[in-house]
Design a protein around this ligand. Structure first.
Ligand SMILES: Cc1cc2nc3c(=O)[nH]c(=O)nc-3n(C[C@H](O)[C@H](O)[C@H](O)COP(=O)(O)OP(=O)(O)OC[C@H]3O[C@@H](n4cnc5c(N)ncnc54)[C@H](O)[C@@H]3O)c2cc1C
Length: 393
């Protein structure tokens, strides 16, 4: 097996990893990215490309009240400068592919760096194998190029950044953390099977508090994962449902629609049959929904909560994922939207979060490697001027 020596091994090639690697390269680190899919970009390739987030801390807490306060405060310091960096550097439209092209050019500007696609990180190497918490010193990777035999590498690294994202493609892990029904949620990125989680659990790591919630959208039913093409996810998402009523077959509502389809879907995913009916302006009796109860639900709803009148927040407890904190492991950094409990139940802009966590990883790496710490430009003076929260609803 060939051995490769680098300063920083970045596991995964999504939004956070590409930002991390590009900044690390510019700081002078010798880097290697290992991405198991054919293309870099990860989930951002399926995204709408909206690089957004809450402009103030208060608004962030309002949107994501169950998220980790420390992480959210830290993110707030970097979010608006990151927006400005994006304005300064990604000039052609706001396409995510332009950003990845820019990152790749930054990474490839030095021959010392390598970007391997079709390359899975199989396991991390510890200084003292099998000892929980022992320093990470690299990883074993496997490159699977079509029509060629697999090539294994032992990558020795001063620092390993683990940014292999979540586990939506693993029925076992989704049902373990999201509960009954979690295993058959329709999901776009089936390459995310919890590799990073499994690797750090071997290191003795604990999970954060938000393991029983996820990011997702309501989709039309009946629908199975096999029916959906990747490009269909956005047009199929039922964003409009927050302005509608959602009722079960029994004719009753089960959650507050105004919280949006990205939260409702999590409650619905845990219910029997996992489907509800979205009512627009008129109630259409088709014999599926209980007619009398359905009409009664709409009447009550109209009396209690006219549209755009009031925000009713949910009070269902969240968070029984696992131990709150685990000891830090030398040599190992994590990045990406699934690192930590920033988003818990609800979320606020993942692409910007991924970018900033990538930057955090490289800042720490630069400090440890005694390289210049990357800086972002100051936030623009017009950013961060808040609109009233009601304006968002
Ligand atoms: C349909 C859709 C629309 C979206 N729209 C938006 C939007 O408009 N705005 C927004 O802010 N967010 C949006 N998001 C969310 C956002 O795209 C993601 O949350 C974000 O891109 C995640 O970035 P990440 O770097 O944390 O992880 P990922 O992009 O998932 O990167 C992880 C990478 O690690 C790789 N990997 C995993 N295991 C291994 C291994 N063992 N070895 C090597 N590589 C491995 C994976 O292949 C993947 O490329 C959307 C998501 C979807 C699915």
């Amino acid at each position: 097996m060939e051995t490769i020596n680098v300063d920083v091994l970045v596991c995964g090639g999504g939004m956070s990893e590409m930002a991390c690697t590009a900044f690390a390269t510019e700081a002078g680190a010798k880097t290697l990215v290992a991405e198991k899919q054919t293309e870099i970009g990860g989930s951002s390739n399926y995204s709408a490309g909206m690089y957004w987030g809450s402009q103030t801390y208060d608004k962030l807490r309002y949107w994501v009240p169950a998220g980790d306060v420390t992480l959210q405060k830290a993110w707030m310091k970097d979010y608006l400068p990151a927006v400005q960096w994006m304005r300064d550097n990604v000039t052609v439209g706001n396409k995510i592919s332009n950003l990845h092209d820019l990152h790749q050019n930054r990474i490839r500007s030095s021959k010392a760096n390598a970007l391997f696609t079709n390359t899975s990180v199989l396991r991390l190497i510890q200084k003292e194998p099998g000892l929980p918490g022992s320093t990470a010193i690299g990883a074993i990777t496997c490159q699977n190029t079509p029509n060629s035999p697999s090539t294994y590498y032992e990558v020795q690294a001063k620092l390993v950044v683990l940014a292999t994202s979540g586990f939506q493609g693993s029925p076992d892990i989704t049902s373990k953390y999201l509960g009954q029904g979690g295993d058959n949620i329709v999901r776009p990125n089936r390459g995310l099977v919890g590799d990073g989680l499994n690797m750090v659990i071997e290191f003795g790591a604990g999970a954060n508090r938000g393991m029983n919630t996820c990011y997702g959208h309501l989709l039309p039913a009946p629908l199975g994962a096999e029916d959906v093409d990747l490009k269909d996810y956005l047009p199929l998402a039922q964003y409009q449902s927050k302005h509608c009523l959602l009722i079960k077959e029994a004719g009753r509502r089960s959650a507050d629609e105004t919280t949006g389809d990205k939260i409702i879907n999590q409650y619905l995913a845990k219910q029997e049959r996992r489907r509800e009916f979205i009512l627009f302006k008129f109630f259409i009796s088709g014999g599926v929904v209980d007619d009398v109860q359905g009409r009664c639900t709409i009447e009550q709803y109209d009396q209690v909560m006219p549209l755009r009148h009031k925000y009713i927040s949910l009070d269902v407890p969240v968070g029984h994922g696992g131990p709150r904190s685990a000891p830090l492991v030398d040599g190992l950094l994590v990045a990406g939207v699934d690192a930590g409990g920033f988003s818990n139940l609800s979320y606020s802009g993942d692409l910007a979060l991924a970018f900033v966590t990538g930057l955090w990883a490289v800042r720490e790496a630069a400090k440890q490697l005694r390289l210049p710490v990357p800086r972002l430009p100051p936030a623009h003076s017009r950013d961060g001027k808040d609109k009233p929260v009601q304006g968002l609803l």
